[in-house]
Write a protein that binds this ligand. Structure first.
Ligand SMILES: Cc1cc2nc3c(=O)[nH]c(=O)nc-3n(C[C@H](O)[C@H](O)[C@H](O)COP(=O)(O)O)c2cc1C
Length: 145
């Protein structure tokens, strides 16, 4: 049975270190996730992470335990845990598209202590899923003879 876990967290490193830190996290995670049959996506804004990890429980559970203890972020809050939901990121060991400031408001809505509205988690996950879809190819217009 597949598990799908969505969490948000707060980086502990300074913004000036973010590029190198995130590059290291993503590089390591892409290799390790591929080895373990884990798929997912990572969103990084200046102030938060949001991540989806999906795979068999014997892979996602120890990974989630590592992630919870990782000192590079804090306030790890699981906002969705689905069992047998199918994979949304089947093509990606870990999709990553660079700093995604646009997500900040969607993540903030889910911070502990905020009054949550129905659909807030689904809105975030839907955006994460759409960002990871391959872009439709547009025909190249070439007017040259
Ligand atoms: C925001 C964040 C996301 C992470 N995502 C993953 C991930 O998807 N896969 C992974 O193997 N490690 C990820 N890590 C790193 C783990 O916390 C941990 O360092 C890693 O699993 C170490 O285990 P390993 O040496 O057995 O790979 C992440 C860390 C952070 C801070």
């Amino acid at each position: 049975m597949h598990h799908s876990i969505v969490y948000i967290s707060t980086p502990t490193f300074a913004p000036s270190q973010a590029a190198g830190m995130v590059r290291a996290i993503v590089g390591h995670a892409q290799r390790r996730n591929a080895d373990r049959g884990v798929t997912g996506t990572l969103i990084a804004t200046e102030h938060h992470f949001a991540q989806v990890i999906e795979g068999r429980r014997d892979a996602t559970q120890p990974l989630m335990e590592n992630i919870l203890l990782d000192p590079r972020h804090c306030d790890v809050t699981i906002v969705q845990h689905q069992i047998d939901a199918g994979r949304r990121f089947r093509e990606w060991s870990l999709a990553y598209h660079g700093n995604s400031a646009y997500f900040e408001g969607f993540i903030r809505a889910l911070l502990p202590g905020r009054e949550q509205r129905r659909g807030d988690v689904e809105r975030l996950v839907d955006l994460m899923t759409r960002l990871a879809q391959p872009q439709p190819r547009r025909p190249v217009r070439d007017d040259r003879p």
